[in-house]
Design a protein around this ligand. Structure first.
Ligand code: HEC
Length: 173
C-alpha cells in the first residue's frame, strides 16, 4: 500500500509537471492500475447508484444531446453523482490531478467558435462522445482505463453529470 501511495504520488506530480492541458494518451494504463489499487485499498471502488427522481424521465431511447443543460436540479444531482463515481480518477470538483483527463476541458474546443451553429454542433458532438465514454468506459487491448457505467448509472444520472461538468468548464461557452 505504501508503495502504491508513493508510486501514485510521484506519478501524479510527474503528470502535474509535464502534462499539457490535454491527456497524455498511452501513459494511462500504468497510472490507472495504480489508481485502481489505491482506490480499492480505500474500499472506494464500488460504483454508487444515483437517485434521479427529481429529474424529468428520459425513457429508453438514448439521447444524443444533453436534455438537462442548465437545469439546476440536474446540476445538483450531477455534482454528487460525479463526486461518488468519477472524482476518484478525474479529481474532486473535476480538477484532475493528472490520473485521468481533466473534464473541465471536455468541450473547450467549442468555446472559441464564433459561428453559433457550429458551436452548437460542436457541443452536441461532445455530448455524444461523453455519453459513449461513460456508457462503454475506456477499454483498449484488454486494459480497463475506465470502467463502463451502463447498467450502473441510468441515462438521467449520466446527463446530470454532464450538466454539472458544464458548470465547471474552464472556458465557459
Ligand atoms: C477508474 C478510473 C476512472 C473512473 C472511475 C472514471 N474514469 Fe473517466 N476516464 C478515465 C481514464 C484513465 C480516461 C482516459 C482513457 C483513455 O486513455 O482513453 C477516462 C476518460 C474519460 C472521458 C473521455 C475524456 C477525453 O478527454 O477524451 C470521459 C468523458 C470520462 N472519462 C468521463 C467519466 C465520468 C463521467 C465518470 C464517472 C461516471 C468517469 N469518467 C469515471 C478513468 C476513470
Amino acid at each position: 500500500m505504501s508503495f502504491l501511495l508513493r508510486a501514485t504520488a510521484s506519478l501524479r506530480s510527474h503528470f502535474a509537471r509535464t502534462a499539457p492541458s490535454s491527456w497524455l494518451r498511452g501513459a494511462g494504463a500504468i497510472t490507472l492500475a495504480l489508481a485502481a489499487g489505491l482506490a480499492s485499498a480505500h474500499g472506494d471502488v464500488t460504483p454508487q447508484p444515483v437517485d434521479t427522481k427529481g429529474l424529468p424521465e428520459l425513457g429508453d431511447q438514448w439521447r444524443d444531446e444533453n436534455p438537462y443543460r442548465a437545469n439546476t436540479e440536474a446540476v445538483k444531482i450531477g455534482s454528487s453523482a460525479y463526486n461518488q463515481n468519477c472524482a476518484r480518477c478525474h479529481g474532486l470538483e473535476a480538477v484532475s490531478g493528472g490520473i485521468a483527463p481533466d473534464l473541465r476541458l471536455l468541450d473547450s474546443e467549442c468555446a472559441s467558435m464564433k459561428d453559433q451553429r457550429k458551436k452548437n454542433m460542436c457541443v452536441k458532438d461532445i455530448d455524444e462522445y461523453f455519453l459513449g465514454s461513460v456508457r462503454r468506459g475506456k477499454v483498449r487491448n484488454g486494459a480497463v482505463y475506465m470502467p463502463p457505467f451502463e447498467g450502473i448509472l441510468n441515462q438521467e444520472a449520466m446527463w446530470a453529470i454532464k450538466a454539472y461538468l458544464e458548470t465547471r468548464r474552464e472556458k465557459p461557452l
